[in-house]
Ligand binder design. Structure first.
Ligand SMILES: [Zn+2]
Length: 62
């Protein structure tokens, strides 16, 4: 039985986004049991913020 696309609501911005069949498969392969809580945009922003924080911490150390 195949999986279907799911519509999820982003926990950060409240926008609805599609958790596609392919993404669900990808998550399963990676061993993630939970569906993503955030839309792709918010995930991208969070990733960039993490990088920025890391860079800032490095600059403070220098
Ligand atoms: Zn979002």
């Amino acid at each position: 039985m195949g999986m279907a696309d799911k519509t999820l609501v982003c926990k950060d911005c409240g926008v609805e986004f599609v958790f596609s069949e392919g993404e669900q498969e990808f998550f399963r392969e990676k061993g993630f049991e939970n569906a993503p809580a955030r839309c792709p945009e918010c995930r991208k922003v969070r990733k960039q913020n993490r990088h920025r924080q890391k860079d800032a911490a490095k600059m403070e150390m220098d």
